[in-house]
Write a protein that binds this ligand. Structure first.
Ligand SMILES: *Cc1c(COP(=O)(O)O)cnc(C)c1O
Length: 401
């Protein structure tokens, strides 16, 4: 089909041309004498994205899943107890990873559509007088259900309980798109990947560790080799890596960080919120519900939209793909068929989102879902118009001539 695929899955996301072109380069010598000049600054600037001064950032070839594994195996030992809530496919998979590494996971099952129950966590931690729980896991943005949890509230619950466990955050679909404050929230391990908010191809696991986590690393006994922090610490100090780094992706990451910092992190978060609000207004205009149960859980990076009884959300996504070259997110696991997802993170603007909303509308009509064409689009258009950043039109026109 001519034209571009409209990519609205919640990762991989749309890659800016600036990043793509920055990676259209010859391969390079990762032991070159001037390579550290590039890498040391890159690792330093990543700390700004994670909002940490005292932490250390590691970049591994891998994906977000590898980042989970790095965070867990570097800081815990088999048999250690960890506390986690399960409310979607990603929070579920992180728990599964912990169990496969021999950790004992205290699981709090929460309805899909809600997030981390900070108050319940507080009670459990307060009851853990022997302080057996070593880690508290938070999936900041559950990509399967479009639910964002309150990491600061979990930190507050831990502090109120006076519990010394470390705080681990899966920020794969939130960091660089939704506010994340590693130091302020006392996060010990933060995990991200390259293909979501960072707008890069898949291929990097980006993990930040606090000083407390690095101290725990010294005695943690989970087997590890590829993801060992110690090898990274030893070699990163001089700007090198323990094995061949993904140099091309690192060059892309340089541009990604530059773009995020040039826009300003707070502006990036505000843009995601504004675009997400447009999608939510469209969903309301269609008369449909989000999987997220209430506004406190609404995600600014992905919306999971419930299809009415009797319709299959995955069939809808298939139809949108074949008929309109529009990629929507499928419903995963427990919500397979019950929802479809619009990813709204990364390199996006108003008119791009309108494409996803218009295409979703058309596919819903094709499937027989009773939504009226144009209703969602009009609601989003109005929101984007009303909230558009004031532009000096004369100057904008002059600049375009
Ligand atoms: C995408 C995602 C992951 C998994 O990342 P991969 O890069 O696919 O391994 C983990 N957690 C969340 C919240 C995600 O959105």
């Amino acid at each position: 089909m001519p034209g571009r695929n409209a990519l609205f899955i919640p990762g991989p996301t749309n890659m800016p041309d600036e990043i793509r072109l920055a990676m259209d380069i010859s391969l390079e010598d990762m032991r070159a004498p001037d390579f550290p000049g590039f890498t040391i600054q890159l690792l330093q600037d990543l700390k700004t994205i994670f909002k940490t001064r005292s932490g250390q950032v590691f970049v591994f070839p891998g994906t977000g899943t590898g980042g989970w594994e790095a965070a867990i195996t570097n800081t815990l030992s088999p048999g250690d107890k960890v506390l986690a809530a399960r409310f979607g496919q990603f929070s579920h998979l992180w728990i599964d990873l912990c169990q496969r590494h021999g950790l004992e996971v205290e699981i709090v099952d929460v309805e899909w559509g809600e997030g981390v129950p900070a108050a319940r966590f507080g009670e459990i931690l307060a009851g853990d007088t022997a302080q057996e729980i070593k880690a508290v896991l938070v999936c900041q943005n559950e990509t399967a259900t479009g639910v964002t949890s309150d990491v600061a509230a979990v930190r507050a619950a831990m502090d109120t309980a006076g519990h010394p466990a470390m705080l681990y955050v899966d920020g794969v679909s939130s960091i660089a798109s939704i506010d994340f404050r590693m130091d302020e929230w006392g996060v010990d391990l933060a995990v991200s990947g390259s293909q979501k908010g960072f707008m890069l191809p898949t291929g990097l696991a980006i993990v930040a560790a606090s000083q407390k986590a690095l101290a725990a690393h010294k005695t943690a006994k989970c087997p590890r080799c590829f993801f060992d922090f110690s090898d990274m610490i030893r070699t990163n100090k001089d700007g090198y890596f323990p094995y061949t780094p993904a140099t091309t992706l690192l060059r892309g990451l340089r541009v990604s960080i530059d773009m995020l910092l040039a826009e300003g992190l707070e502006n990036v978060f505000a843009r995601h919120h504004r675009l997400a609000e447009g999608v939510r207004k469209a969903v309301r205009a269609w008369g449909l519900d989000l999987c997220a149960k209430s506004p406190e859980w609404y995600s600014d990076t992905v919306s999971a939209i419930c299809v009415p009884e009797g319709f299959d959300g995955n069939e809808l996504a298939r139809l949108a793909y074949h008929r309109y070259n529009l990629s929507l997110g499928l419903g995963l696991s427990k919500v397979a068929g019950k929802v479809f997802r619009i990813g709204h993170l990364g390199n996006l603007n108003d008119l791009m989102l309108l494409t996803a909303i218009a295409g979703s509308e058309m596919a819903m009509r094709d499937l027989g879902i009773p939504v009226e064409l144009g209703t969602g689009v009009a609601a989003a258009q109005e929101h984007y118009r009303q909230t558009a950043r004031p532009v000096d039109l004369k100057r904008a026109v002059a600049a375009s001539m």
